[in-house]
Ligand binder design. Structure first.
Ligand code: FES
Length: 162
């Protein structure tokens, strides 16, 4: 695993701030994901060694938190709520349209690496269902009839960023 000198420095500063080394596991994983985009097996082993843990203990943390990814994700992460209010207002249809328009499989990433799509549980905006989170931004009332245009907007803004 290759980390930049900046990330390594952040990690070295961070560990002594915790009463026990093992408490730094989550912040370390965040730093790695921030830089590399996901947590590989090699990264888990590296963290385990750094914090005197068993790799299985790090693996358990990675698999417990949905925001930690074991596989590379797209540059833009699309999360579609599938809980009751959103499901009743067409969340599944919205997700289908987004997959088709962005050429991206569910729980995978598009071939160009631009997008990844996944279902998530309630995003705490049930009154404005269906909702879709794009990176850290919540989009409300993304109804099935708006999903096609919404996908086009996502595509054009991702091209501007690239
Ligand atoms: S059910 Fe979708 S935000 Fe709550």
């Amino acid at each position: 695993m290759e980390l930049s000198p900046e990330s390594l420095q952040r990690i070295e500063k961070l560990i002594p701030r915790y009463p026990t080394k093992r408490s730094a596991v989550l912040p370390l994983l965040h730093i790695i994901q921030e830089e590399i985009g996901y947590i590989s097996k090699t990264s888990m082993e590296w963290v385990a060694k750094k914090l005197d843990l068993n790799p299985m203990q790090v693996y358990e943390v990675v698999t417990f938190y949905p925001m930690l990814k074991e596989e590379p994700v797209g540059r833009v992460q699309v999360k579609v709520c599938r809980t009751l209010s959103c499901a009743l207002r067409g969340g599944y249809k919205v997700c289908e349209t987004l997959q088709k328009e962005l050429a991206c499989p569910l729980n995978g990433k598009s071939e160009d690496g631009a997008f990844s799509i996944e279902f998530v549980e309630c995003l705490a905006s049930c009154g404005t269902a269906p909702v879709v989170m794009v990176d850290d931004v919540l989009h409300e009332e993304v109804t099935p009839d708006k999903a096609g245009d919404f996908a086009k907007e996502l595509k054009s803004s991702s091209k501007q960023k690239a």
